[in-house]
Write a protein that binds this ligand. Structure first.
Ligand SMILES: *Cc1c(COP(=O)(O)O)cnc(C)c1O
Length: 423
């Protein structure tokens, strides 16, 4: 029996209705932007395996750093101990994070990074005897699938079954072009009630919503309202972090700095699951007390795993290399050229580009749902043609690994042009 078939016996996949799902290709090898399945079929990974893998599959530099760490110190508990890689990684992050960020809390994935941020916002107020228990988030936001992260997420069919058991989160419109004033007004009305501990947002690009983009000055205006009413700002850079938007962080496009940041996905170059949440000194000080009860009683078994930290250190070095920065700039230029060409296409309603992120929307008669028929038709066409792209409804986006060659990228574009002729 093939791996594809054996897989179905025991494995339960994410976001999958197994009754109607097709057989999943079984990937046995990856190199650069390419993957191969058990039958030898080749795929171009045009979404960096869910946005985690900017430096290419089976990257030798990261692999060497991981091997060295595994044979020196694979893991040690972070409760009551520390280790060189956690110290080095935090020092390294301080060089690249917004200058107001001082403290780092390690965890395992994007959702836990968000959980930690929300818990810190709530407990900071609790510790001070202030009653602020609610959170503000954008419509169609995605912050993860654990309970608090899910509560902050606004893609309704992801969260509908759990509505009664969630933290109270109130949504404001995303300040896309033309909706800036509406968004600010909604935020202002909430913030001034004094009931909100935090505002969480995906800065400049809402990934899971279909790479929805909005301008830096619109976000700055929202952040200014939060500062005025002491609502903590949480920049969820789990997707946008580490170069995707053309700068190290999307936040780097702004003159205002967030109170907290959440990072994961590309942190370890797509190798070891790891995440972190960063904080200002002010937030940390809200827990710093003679009273043990004021501490942050949160932790994960693999907190600050040395192997993950070693992978992150190697990844950040790769990101900072001139070659990688050139790759990011090259892909951005290619996206702009493709956008120029494709935006006139009669089936294309809108296009957008930021850094290495490209998205276009296909005209449809009906409201196309997240996993609707058009979406499935597009997805299948791409897979048949050896391209991994996961459209969101009628939105096709590309988020390539930075090392994708120009030839591979052109093949992705041509395949998108072909699909527009058949849908
Ligand atoms: C993917 C994602 C998350 C959740 O990360 P997981 O590692 O899947 O838990 C949170 N926020 C954003 C913006 C994301 O893109």
């Amino acid at each position: 029996m093939s791996l594809s078939n054996r897989d179905k016996v025991h494995n339960w996949h994410p976001y999958t209705q197994h009754k109607t799902a097709p057989d999943f290709p079984a990937i046995v090898k990856g190199e650069g932007a390419l993957l191969w399945d058990e039958n030898g079929k080749e795929y171009i990974d045009a979404i960096a395996s869910w946005w985690v893998n900017p430096y290419g599959h089976s990257n030798k530099v990261i692999a060497a750093a991981i091997y060295k760490q595994l044979t020196t110190l694979e893991h040690v508990l972070f409760g009551g101990f520390t280790h060189d890689k956690a110290v080095l990684l935090s020092e390294k992050l301080m060089e690249i994070l917004p200058s107001n960020q001082e403290k780092i809390f390690y965890s395992d994935n994007g959702s836990t990074a968000v959980e930690v941020a929300i818990k810190v916002a709530l407990q900071y107020n609790f510790n001070k005897g202030i009653k602020k228990t609610k959170v503000i988030a954008f419509e169609d936001a995605f912050h993860g699938d654990t309970f608090a992260a899910m509560a902050a997420s606004g893609i309704s069919f992801f969260t509908e079954a759990f509505r009664g058991s969630l933290l109270e989160v109130v949504r404001i419109p995303v300040p896309v072009k033309g909706k800036e004033a509406q968004s600010i007004e909604a935020l202002q009305a909430l913030a001034q009630t004094g009931e909100y501990a935090a505002f969480i947002y995906e800065p400049l690009v809402q990934g899971a919503a279909g790479m929805v983009m909005y301008a830096p000055d619109a976000l700055e205006a929202l952040m200014a309202v939060c500062k005025e009413y002491q609502v903590f700002t949480i920049a969820d850079e789990v997707m946008t972090g580490f170069g995707k938007t053309g700068k190290t962080f999307a936040t780097d496009y702004l003159s205002l700095q967030p109170d907290m940041m959440c990072l994961s996905k590309a942190l370890t170059g797509g190798t070891i699951p790891m995440a972190l949440t960063t904080f200002t000194q002010e937030l940390f000080d809200g827990f710093y007390d003679e009273d043990t009860n004021k501490a942050l009683f949160h932790g994960h078994t693999f907190t600050a795993n040395p192997t993950g930290c070693a992978a992150a250190l190697a990844s950040i070095d790769l990101l900072q290399s001139a070659a990688m920065q050139d790759n990011i700039a090259r892909i951005h230029q290619s996206h702009l050229a493709f956008e120029e060409k494709i935006k006139q296409h009669p089936r294309v309603t809108t296009t957008r580009v930021l850094g290495v992120v490209f998205a276009l929307e296909i005209a449809t008669d009906s409201e196309e749902s997240y996993y609707g028929t058009l979406r499935n038709k597009l997805y299948d066409f791409f897979i048949d043609n050896g391209i991994i792209l996961r459209p969101v409804g009628n939105i096709v986006y590309i988020l390539p690994p930075y090392i994708m060659t120009e030839e591979q990228l052109q093949k992705v574009y041509t395949t998108i042009e072909k699909v527009l002729e058949i849908v």
